[in-house]
Design a protein around this ligand. Structure first.
Ligand code: ARG
Length: 406
């Protein structure tokens, strides 16, 4: 008998990807290799998930701890860019998909697979991210998206299909929400959230307490940065990954990091999404604060535009792209002196900067002070203003009387 073709499947152990695993065998006659990545999601019993894939008939199954790589190669770049899509969403799902894709492409090469498969629906951004990343890494690989193609329209139909085909499914009560999570936070959609008028139900939140029930005492945290990358927490040196994990607990305890937004998906739909990202919020707030000390005005202003571009590019799934590489190179240059410490105050859902310091600070006390220590040349201001306002003075003479909107 001819050898079967192989497919590498991004496998999470949930209902969708468990059905995918079987469907690829039954409907496509493929040998399946399951790849489960640990990016810090809640459901991270990788050994269990890996074995479950084998029970479902995978010919090979690998569990990979990708957290360190995620922090050092992905989150560092997200932080350098202060990455927030539509100025709000810290991109947690958009950041993990290219990493997972990279490992799937590597697995496809290792096992000699012709196909890669994912369990995304046809309506979301994640399918675009997986497929764009895979095409950018190896355009010869063919992509299969069973959930987009099969005729199972509801969760119940999927459960029935799983039972008919001997796919073990946890008999858990179906959550009304669709959740994606990793160390950079949690994304929650569907259920009552589909009506944007509904306040998010309390049961969607798991990383943060309700700010109303948060401690009455504020807590201060000090985050040390070295060239834009977090390197210490409250004076203790730690890896970036560890700082992220610690801050999720610390800031979550104070109800920080809750986001409720209506966002514009790449596929043209507006969707109501909630996010829970305690560490990401604290770190982006702190990093921006340190940049205000360490970046010169022109770079700081120019960078703001590029941050917006970077966030959109990454949201659109273009992690492995020339534009994203070029933007990263720009940000890397800006981070050379972003070294110092930021003090953040956590209090009942708010996360505010209480202080910042850096050995490379461009803040000059003599220039800024209104006290006797003042070193600023006040008289020089007149000539500066005369020239910078000159175009408007000329305009006033020639056209201003007619053109002024008074
Ligand atoms: N809307 C967010 C994004 O596109 C979150 C997606 C979450 N994915 C999920 N399968 N629930 O990045």
């Amino acid at each position: 008998m001819a050898e079967k073709e192989k497919v590498v499947l991004a496998y999470s152990g949930g209902l969708d990807t468990s059905c995918c695993l079987k469907w690829l065998q039954v409907e496509k006659n493929l040998d399946v290799i399951a790849i489960c990545g640990n990016v810090g999601q809640d459901e991270a019993d990788l050994e269990y998930i890996k074995n479950k894939a084998l029970e479902c008939g995978a010919i090979a199954s690998e569990a990979m701890d990708m957290r360190e790589e995620y922090a050092s190669k992905y989150l560092t770049k997200a932080l350098a860019a202060n990455g927030l899509y539509e100025n709000t969403y810290p991109l947690l799902s958009a950041l993990s998909r290219p990493l997972l894709s990279k490992h799937m492409v590597e697995a496809a090469h290792k096992y000699g697979a012709k196909y890669i498969a994912h369990g995304c629906t046809g309506k979301g951004n994640d399918q675009v991210r997986f497929e764009t990343a895979i095409k950018a890494l190896d355009p010869k690989l063919e992509i299969l998206a069973p959930v987009r193609d099969w005729e199972l329209h509801t969760r119940e139909e999927e459960i029935d299909w799983a039972a008919e085909h001997g796919v073990p499914v946890k008999a858990s009560k179906a959550s009304p929400y669709s959740i994606d999570d990793n160390v950079w936070g949690r994304a929650i959609e569907c259920g009552a959230l589909e009506n944007p008028w509904n306040e998010p139900p309390a049961d969607i939140w798991t990383l943060s307490v309700d700010p109303e029930n948060a401690p009455n005492e504020a807590e201060y945290v000090e985050i040390g940065f070295e060239k834009g990358v977090p390197c210490s927490l409250n004076g203790e040196e730690k890896s970036f990954l560890q700082i992220v994990m610690d801050l999720n607990v610390l800031a979550g305890k104070h109800g920080c990091g809750r986001i409720d937004m209506v966002e514009n998906r790449l596929v043209g739909v507006k969707s109501r999404e909630c996010y829970e990202t305690p560490a990401a919020e604290v770190l982006i707030v702190a990093h921006k604060a340190l940049e205000t000390l360490c970046l010169d005005r022109e770079t700081q202003h120019f960078k703001l535009n590029l941050e917006h571009q970077w966030s959109t590019t990454v949201y659109y799934g273009q992690w492995f792209s020339p534009l994203k590489n070029a933007l990263d190179a720009f940000f890397a240059e800006t981070q050379k002196f972003v070294t110092g410490t930021v003090k953040v105050k956590l209090y009942k859902g708010s996360c505010t900067v209480a202080g910042r310091t850096s050995e490379y600070s461009l803040y000059d006390y003599g220039l800024a002070s209104y006290t006797a220590a003042d070193t600023f040349d006040h008289k020089a201001a007149k000539g500066f203003i005369d020239l910078s306002a000159l175009p408007f003075a000329v305009w006033a003479e020639k056209q201003g009387h007619e053109a002024q909107d008074l």
